[in-house]
Design a protein around this ligand. Structure first.
Ligand SMILES: C[S@@+](CC[C@H](N)C(=O)[O-])C[C@H]1O[C@@H](n2cnc3c(N)ncnc32)[C@H](O)[C@@H]1O
Ligand code: SF4
Length: 404
């Protein structure tokens, strides 16, 4: 029985305050099958997963995370994976109740769940909605069956469209993910697929270029020369086409790979990139709070054992130096179209994140926009994000930036 009255209200989404906020990330680490490109912490189990055991472990971890964070107001919750839509609605409900028992969860905050089109059923979607989920992010990935097959997906286009329709009917907000820059994909093919995607989208889309991740089957094929991805020029042309079309259609990039109509940006994503604190719950989840970075056991069974031993799944905790924190805030913040306030970062951490001479140079060359201490990449600069980070960082950074 779903019983989250506090979360069931249809309160309007709270407006973005421009502040970093405090998010909760919950990781469900299981998938029905492993996609050959994916290096996320996801596991396939041939026996049914004992969800009650995981709920009990997650509730313990939530209680420990609350002790560590102190009283806080939550500004977003994100149920990610893996495939969270393999969770029973009761599992989601119990997790959401645990969160609202320990922190203040105002009506109208964003509560997102990732869902795979192959594991979507109307009844479960309604159950998630009743448990408080008010935004769904669907892993559509492609809108042609040949490429869905190549990506190893369990759904076809018809399943994806059904899931999109259902999500639009049941949730106030909906986004979906697409992967482009696939082998042999032409700009024309992608343009027409993207336009079709935009016609189904509501107000948010995540558009990722296919990346070849070490340790995945695609990596092996790529190394062996059997999987060839678009080269630099072709990727740039695909990226440019993506920016042009999404801007024209009113869904400009607010982050390197994320597009939204103004006001529909994912609050949870904004917390990451504005360098806000967030609690991580579940196997492999990361957290960040008060200058500390935490990382939990990735393997679900090791995570359960750690919860039994310690009441939390943390395997590694690092106190960041002011220098590391300022560098991270720069790396994250420059991904956003709104950019960073370098002055605020310097005040917050006591060290400069940027080399002002380099900022001047890159502003003059049209790669950066600058107003006082506010700095943002131009569209031209966004294509060269990694290079620009290397140029403007106040010191040489050990962190390889900008993954997806
Ligand atoms: C953690 S996955 C979870 C979503 C959900 N399990 C699904 O696959 O539908 C989040 C998104 O990352 C993107 N992604 C994962 N691996 C990628 C890769 N190697 N290159 C580009 N995008 C990737 C996909 O678009 C995926 O939807
Ligand atoms: S892309 Fe999604 S469904 Fe595929 S293995 Fe990764 S997390 Fe699982």
């Amino acid at each position: 029985m779903i019983d989250s009255p506090a979360l069931m209200s249809d309160a309007k989404l709270l407006p973005d305050t421009g502040e970093p906020g405090f998010g909760i990330y919950v990781h469900w680490p299981f998938c029905a099958a492993k996609c050959p490109y994916c290096d996320f912490n996801s596991h396939v189990r041939h026996q049914p997963v004992d969800q009650e055991r995981y709920v009990a472990a997650f509730l313990k971890e939530i209680a420990t995370a609350r002790q560590m964070s102190g009283p806080k107001t939550v500004t977003s919750v994100f149920l990610g994976g893996g495939t969270p839509s393999l969770m029973k609605p009761e599992t989601v409900d119990a997790i959401m109740n645990g969160i609202s028992r320990h922190w203040h969860v105002p009506d109208g905050i964003e509560i997102t769940m990732e869902a795979n089109p192959s594991s979507v059923e109307a009844e479960r979607f309604r159950g998630y909605r009743a448990a408080g989920v008010n935004r769904v992010s669907l892993g559509v990935q492609a809108l042609n069956d040949r490429d869905l097959k190549f990506l190893g997906r369990l759904h076809d286009v018809a399943d994806a469209l059904k899931a999109i329709r259902l999500a639009r009917d049941i949730f106030p907000r909906m986004s979906f993910d697409m992967i482009y820059a696939r082998p042999n994909q032409t700009v024309e093919e992608w343009e027409s697929e993207l336009k079709e995607a935009i016609s189904y989208a509501v107000d948010h889309l995540s558009l990722y270029q296919l990346t070849i991740e070490e340790g995945t089957p695609f990596y092996g094929l790529h190394k062996a020369g059997k999987l060839i991805v678009p080269d630099g020029d072709q990727s740039a042309a695909l990226y440019e086409a993506t920016q042009e079309i999404t801007e024209r259609e009113g869904l400009p990039a607010y982050e390197v790979s994320n597009h939204a109509r103004p006001g529909a940006e994912s609050r949870h994503n904004l917390t990451y990139w504005r360098y806000g604190d967030y609690a991580g719950i579940g196997p492999g989840a990361h957290g960040r709070r008060l200058g500390r970075r935490t990382q939990r056991h990735r393997k679900p069974e090791n995570f359960l054992a750690a919860i039994r031993r310690n009441g939390h799944g943390i395997v590694e905790e690092a106190m960041l130096s002011p220098r590391e924190a300022a560098d991270e805030a720069l790396v994250m913040g420059l991904r956003l179209a709104e950019g960073i306030d370098a002055g605020a970062i310097a005040d917050r951490f006591g060290v400069d994140a940027v080399d002002w001479d380099a900022v001047e140079r890159l502003s003059a060359s049209g790669h950066l926009k600058r107003a006082g201490t506010d700095i943002a990449l131009t569209r031209r600069g966004r294509l060269l994000l990694d290079h620009i980070l290397g140029e403007i960082a106040a010191v040489e950074m050990p962190i390889a930036s900008a993954a997806r």
